[in-house]
Design a protein around this ligand. Structure first.
Ligand SMILES: [Zn+2]
Length: 395
């Protein structure tokens, strides 16, 4: 048993507690929240700073960890995707070593669960060790080729079937992005998920760049050339006249929790359309450092705050980030959009991600009965985040 105290405890689900004590058992389960005056200092672990729940990384591609530093910054998403597709190959040991190292980095940075995209089986051995709770989103795409949907479905379904999820982890079959998934493939995914689990969570990359909207609104823009360069025909594709998210909404199940990833180019109208579609099941996941790395732009968070929607935070992969740290994502948002209160950012980083992944049974908030992990932030009494703020994993 440990009795842990700091200047401030931020349970997230409850009001902040000054000079509170958290009592945990040997497995990290919260037994009691109490007041420091009820204890002798000698029986307490006393820290300077703020204690928050373990962080949830709502979007990662652990299997791309070996590509750290291989793709330059600021080139834009389309050259980025081309680089990922063409430079991905590496030896098995190089890939697995990088995956283990990246997971260790996340743990050190106070991350306790991950929503992780898989196109291949490379991460499955590491996930089987049970070091973190993973929601594995096995990701499907057919580059909008209805004729090819069944072949691609079968390929990625084999990846899905190869994953044995350990206790506390989950998996689902997800579409990559509106611009890369045909209607036929969307339909197959919807049916397969309905057959698997009622409480499924889905993830889809959304509106990461202007070209995505251009393709759907007017069949113009940089995706036309991208497809041509891979020898893929868009002859059968017709513009819908609406932004790309509408195509996704028409082809997905609003009864499933759905994580929209990136949303850099989402307008208030797009956000409202998705909210009308899925309501509380909709989560908007932001990966600010990846947006800065690839496109050098951020979503306008005011649109999401003003519409009072669920927001969570992800790191994306080491191919498009300098590190895997939710604290560094919070710092990036705070640096460029400093009007957002720290407490709100910490909510995005903890309980919202836990709910999005369906892991809020044990994670996301410091509550009796949960096993959320405890992170110490060396923030002073003014509760101000600075460049120097660090995270220390206490549990
Ligand atoms: Zn991604």
């Amino acid at each position: 048993m440990r009795k842990i105290t700091a200047d401030l405890i931020l349970p997230i689900s409850l009001k902040p507690i000054r000079n509170g004590v958290i009592i945990v058992d040997d497995n990290g389960k919260i037994l009691k929240l109490d007041d420091r005056r009820n204890y002798d200092d000698l029986e307490l672990e006393i820290y300077d700073g703020v204690i928050v729940p373990g962080f949830i990384n709502a979007h990662c591609h652990l299997e791309l960890s070996h590509m750290k530093g291989k793709v330059g910054t600021g080139k834009g998403l389309i050259p980025f995707i081309t680089d990922v597709v063409t430079k991905r190959a590496a030896s098995e040991s190089e890939i697995s070593t990088a995956i283990a190292k990246a997971e260790a980095e996340m743990i050190k940075n106070g991350i306790v669960a991950v929503g992780d995209i898989s196109n291949v089986t490379d991460t499955f051995a590491q996930k089987a060790k049970g070091n973190l709770r993973y929601y594995t989103f096995v990701e499907f795409f057919d580059f909008l080729q209805d004729d090819n949907a069944q072949v691609e479905f079968d390929t990625f379904k084999a990846v899905f079937d190869a994953l044995e999820v350990g206790e506390g982890s989950k998996k689902s079959l997800v579409p990559h992005a509106p611009y890369s998934v045909s209607k036929s493939l969307f339909k197959m995914l919807k049916e397969a998920n309905a057959a698997n689990d009622k409480n499924v969570t889905i993830s889809i990359h959304n509106q990461e760049l202007k070209a995505e909207n251009d393709l759907f609104e007017t069949k113009t823009g940089n995706f036309i050339k991208f497809y041509e360069s891979f020898g893929i025909s868009l002859n059968d594709f017709e513009a819908t006249g609406e932004s790309s998210i509408h195509y996704a909404l028409e082809n997905m199940n609003p009864n499933h929790k759905t994580l929209f990833i990136h949303n850099t180019k989402s307008t208030i109208e797009d956000i409202q359309a998705a909210q009308r579609w899925g309501g509380e099941n909709v989560y908007w996941v932001t990966c600010p450092n990846a947006n800065l790395y690839i496109e050098n732009s951020l979503p306008d968070y005011r649109h999401f705050i003003d519409t009072n929607v669920n927001i969570a935070i992800g790191t994306d992969s080491l191919t498009s980030n300098w590190q895997l740290s939710i604290l560094d994502e919070i710092k990036a948002i705070a640096k460029f959009q400093s009007y957002i209160p720290l407490e709100m950012l910490l909510r995005w980083a903890t309980v919202n991600g836990a709910e999005a992944l369906g892991f809020d049974d044990t994670l996301g908030s410091i509550e009796v009965g949960k096993v959320p992990g405890l992170n110490l932030l060396n923030i002073g009494k003014d509760f101000k985040l600075t460049e120097k703020t660090t995270v220390t994993k206490l549990i």
